[in-house]
Write a protein that binds this ligand. Sequence first.
Ligand code: APR
Length: 309
Amino acid sequence: MAKKKITVIGAGHVGATTAQLIAYKKLGHVYIVDVLEGLPQGKALDLMESAPLEDFDSRVVGLNSYEETANSDVVVMTAGLARKPGMTREDLRDKNAVIVKSCCEQIIKYSPNCFMIVVTNPLDTMTWVAKKYTGLDKHRILGMAGVLDSTRFRSFISMELGVSNEDVHATVLGLHGEDMVPMPRFSSVADIPITELLSKEKIDELVERTKHGGAEVVKLLKTGSAYYAPASSVVNMVESIILEKNRIIPAAAYLEGEYGIHGMFMGVPVRLNWSGIADIIELPLTDEENAALQKSANAVRESMANLSV
Ligand code: APR
C-alpha cells in the first residue's frame, strides 16, 4: 500500500515533535511547513539523519511553501503562538486566528480532500476558524484536545494509585481550557469506576489539576507551552484515522445539535476512522455534568463572537 502523506504546519515544539513521532511510528511521509526559512528544512534533515537508527524509510521534507504538500491525506495545524506564564489560551486568539486563516487558505488549495487536525490554541475557536477557511466537511476536520486532557487525567490517576497507565481510562469533555469537563463517572481503572477507588476530595484535586494541566507545564517551562503530551495526543488521532482503528476518543467535533449545542466545535467522544469522524457519541449526562458542559459551550461562543477574522 502506498504510504500516506501527512503535512504538519508549524515546525515549532509541537510540530517538530509530531513530525518525529509520525516518522518513528512509520505512519507515512511527513512534510513540515513553517514561515521561518531554514527551520523546517533543518528539522526535516535532522530527522532524516536519524532514519538509519530508527529504521524508518519515509520522506521527511521541510518547506516554506505549500506546492509540495499537494494531496496530503492528513494535515496537522500547529502554526501559531504558544502561551507564556500568566497567559490564558484565549490571549492567543487574535494573532493565532490570522495565522490559522492564512495557512488554511494555502493548504486547502493543494489538498482539498485532506483530514485536518487542529492543535493551535485557543483550540475550539481555532478549529472553527480552520473549518471556515478550508470549507472542509464536518467529518474531515477536528480539534486535538480531549485526548490530551484525558491523558493528563489518566496520568494523574495512575500516579495517585500507583497502577499501570494501561489499565486507566478517563474521559474529559468540553472546551480545551479551564472550563473543560473531566468526567469521573466515565473514568475507570481496570473497569472499576474511580469513584469506587478514590475519595471525592482526591478526585476533585485530580480534576482541578487536569483543568490546569497545561498551565502547570507553562509555569515550569517559562518560555513556552507543553509539547510532548500534545504531540503524542495528535499522533494518536492521526493513527486512528490512517490505520482505520475506529478508536473512541474525545476530540473537538463540529456539533449540530448533539448535547444541545449547535454550530461550534467542542470536545465530545467520537469514533475515528478513515472517514474521519464516523460518529459522535452522546453520553447520558447528569444535570450537573450537562450544566458544566453548557458553561464550556458558552465560553467557546464568547470566544467566537470576539474573533477578528
Ligand atoms: N505559517 C507557518 N508556520 C507559522 C506561521 C505561519 N503563518 N506563523 C507562525 N508559524 C510557526 C512559527 O514560526 C513556529 O515555528 O509556528 C511555530 C510555532 O511553534 P512554537 O512557538 O514552538 O509553538 P508550539 O509550542 O509548537 O505551539 C504551537 O500549538 O499547543 C498549541 O498553544 C500552542 O498555539 C500553540 C501551538
